[in-house]
Write a protein that binds this ligand. Structure first.
Ligand SMILES: NC(=O)c1ccc[n+]([C@@H]2O[C@H](COP(=O)([O-])OP(=O)(O)OC[C@H]3O[C@@H](n4cnc5c(N)ncnc54)[C@H](O)[C@@H]3O)[C@@H](O)[C@H]2O)c1
Length: 427
C-alpha cells in the first residue's frame, strides 16, 4: 500500500466512475495532492485514461489528467481499494417500468456493493451522481448497520464543454445525512472549489439538483410550446421572443429540436417518480420529448414528400460537445428512417452515435434537405466557399435550422431556401 500520509492532507480518495464527471474530479483531487484511486468497471476506459488516448472535446482535460497521472497521485484501475473517502460518479439513467419513468439505481447500487468490502469506520462516502430525493439517506441506513460511516450528497452542476472551469468556480451544495458528514465533505471540496459551498441535509441537496435541471426543462418547454403555436398561427417565434424579452422581467429561452443529455432530459422524472404533485414538470418533459417528431413533421411539410434523402447536421445533444446521450437527433433520425427516408448524419464533434456518421460530402450528396440539429460553431461559421461546395452537391437547396444559428444571408445568396423551427412559414 502507498504511503497515504505523504501527500496534501494525507487523505486517500477513491473515485468510482471515471466518465464526464468522475475523471476531471479525480484528476483535480490528485493535483491538490490527495492520493487518488480512480476506478471504472470499463477496462477499455481505464486503459484509455492510463495511456491518455481517450477522446475529449473538454478544454484542458487531457492536460489535467496527464498532470495528475505524472504527479504519481492518480492511479487508475478497475477495482476499488481501501480509502478514507469514496466519491461516486456513476451513471443514473432513467428507465421505464409499466409506463412510468424512474431513476435506474443499478449502477449506484453496484458501486456501493463494490466498495462495501473496503469500508472502514470513519470513512466518508460522497455521492455526486444525480439521484431521487431520499436515496442518500437510504444508502446510509443500509451501510451504517455494520460501520460508523459518514455519507453526503454533493451534486455536480458543471456545464459540459466548460467542465474544468465550472468544477472550480461554481458554488456547491452539499447535503449530509448529518452535520458531520456535510462538514467532512466540505473539507474535501474546499481544497479546489473557489465558489461558495453551502451545507444542508441530504434530501434537500438531492432536490436542489433536480430543481435546477427542472427549472431549465420547464422554461425550455415554454419556448418550445411558443414555437409550436407560432407554426400554427403563422408568426416567427424568434422575432416574438426577442420582442417579449425587451420586457424588463421576461427572459424566454430558445426553442429547439428537443432536450437531450444525461441531465435535463431525465432528472425531472426523478421528481415525478416521487411526487404526485409534479404535474407541470411532467407536462414540460412530455412537451420537450415531443419536439423531435414536430421537427420531422416540419421536414415533411417543407419537402412535400414522404421519401428522399435527409442530411442531418449535428447529432450531439447540444452545441460543441461530443455527447450524444438522449440527443433529439437520435429520435429525429430514427423516425425519418422508420418512415422510409434515407438519412445521413454529419457531426465532427460526436464521440459515437446510434446511427453511422458520414463525411460532410457524403451527407449532403443528393440531399433533399439539410437539417441543423446542434448548435456547433462549425455550422455557424460556414463561409461562402463552404456553402458553395455544399450547394454543388445537394439535390434541393433547402435548409431547416432548428437552432436558428446559421448565417441565413450567406445560404440565401447561394440560392438556398432557409427555414427555421418556429418561423411560421408552414402555417
Ligand atoms: N455529464 C454531466 O454533465 C453531468 C453533470 C451533472 C451531474 N451529472 C451526473 O453525474 C453522474 C455521472 O455522469 P457522467 O456524465 O460522468 O456519466 P458517464 O457515463 O460519463 O461516466 C460514468 C462512468 O461510470 C462507470 N461505471 C458504471 N458503473 C460503475 C461501477 N459500479 N464502478 C465503477 N465505475 C462504474 C462507467 O463505465 C462510466 O465510465 C450521473 O448521475 C449524472 O447525472 C453529470
Amino acid at each position: 500500500m502507498r504511503n497515504v500520509e505523504k501527500n496534501g492532507n494525507g487523505k486517500r480518495i477513491c473515485v468510482i466512475g471515471l466518465g464526464y464527471i468522475g475523471l476531471p474530479t479525480a484528476s483535480m483531487l490528485a493535483i491538490q495532492g490527495f492520493d487518488v484511486i480512480g476506478v471504472d468497471i470499463n477496462k477499455k476506459r481505464v486503459e484509455e485514461i492510463k495511456n491518455l488516448s481517450f477522446k475529449t472535446k473538454e478544454k484542458d482535460l487531457m492536460t489535467l489528467v496527464k498532470g495528475a497521472i505524472n504527479s504519481g497521485n492518480l492511479k487508475v484501475q478497475t477495482k476499488p481499494e481501501r480509502a478514507d473517502v469514496f466519491i461516486i460518479c456513476v451513471p443514473t439513467p432513467c428507465i421505464e417500468n409499466n409506463g412510468k419513468k424512474k431513476c435506474d439505481l443499478k449502477y449506484l447500487n453496484k458501486a456501493i456493493e463494490n466498495i462495501k468490502p473496503y469500508l472502514e469506520d470513519g470513512n466518508l462516502i460522497i455521492i455526486e451522481s444525480t439521484i431521487p430525493p431520499g436515496t442518500t439517506d437510504e444508502i446510509y441506513k443500509r451501510l451504517s448497520k455494520d460501520k460508523k460511516i459518514y455519507v453526503a450528497h454533493c451534486p455536480e452542476r458543471v456545464l459540459p464543454g466548460n467542465i474544468l472551469k465550472e468544477l472550480v468556480e461554481n458554488d456547491r451544495v452539499i447535503g449530509g445525512v448529518d452535520k458531520k458528514s456535510a462538514e467532512m465533505a466540505k473539507d474535501i471540496y474546499e481544497t479546489f472549489v473557489t465558489g461558495k459551498i453551502y451545507l444542508t441535509d441530504a434530501k434537500t441537496a438531492e432536490m436542489v439538483k433536480l430543481m435546477e435541471n427542472t427549472y431549465r426543462d420547464v422554461n425550455i418547454a415554454l419556448a418550445n410550446e411558443f414555437a409550436k403555436i407560432a407554426e400554427e398561427i403563422g408568426i416567427n417565434v424568434w422575432e416574438a421572443i426577442n420582442l417579449a424579452n425587451k420586457h424588463p422581467r421576461v427572459n424566454i429561452l430558445k426553442p429547439g429540436p428537443g432536450v437531450g443529455g444525461h441531465c435535463i432530459s431525465i432528472d425531472p422524472w426523478f421528481i415525478v417518480e416521487k411526487s404526485s404533485n409534479a404535474k407541470l414538470i411532467k407536462t414540460a418533459r412530455e412537451l420537450n420529448d415531443s419536439m423531435p417528431l414536430f421537427v420531422v413533421e416540419k421536414i415533411k411539410k417543407i419537402i412535400k414528400k414522404d421519401n428522399g434523402k435527409i442530411a442531418i447536421f449535428g447529432v450531439t445533444y447540444k452545441g460543441n460537445v461530443d455527447d450524444t446521450r438522449e440527443s433529439p437527433a437520435e429520435k429525429v433520425a430514427g423516425k425519418l428512417i422508420e418512415d422510409g427516408f434515407e438519412v445521413k448524419c454529419y457531426d465532427s464533434y460526436a464521440r459515437e452515435f446510434k446511427y453511422p456518421l458520414s463525411s460532410l460530402d457524403d451527407a449532403v450528396d443528393n440531399a433533399d434537405i439539410i437539417v441543423v440539429l446542434a448548435e456547433h460553431d462549425e455550422f455557424k461559421n460556414f463561409d461562402k466557399d463552404d456553402i458553395k461546395h455544399i450547394s454543388s452537391k445537394v439535390r434541393s437547396k433547402i435548409i431547416l435550422d432548428t437552432k436558428n444559428i446559421i448565417n441565413k444571408e450567406l445560404w440565401k445568396k447561394e440560392g438556398f431556401k432557409v427555414y427555421v423551427l418556429g418561423d411560421g412559414k408552414n402555417a
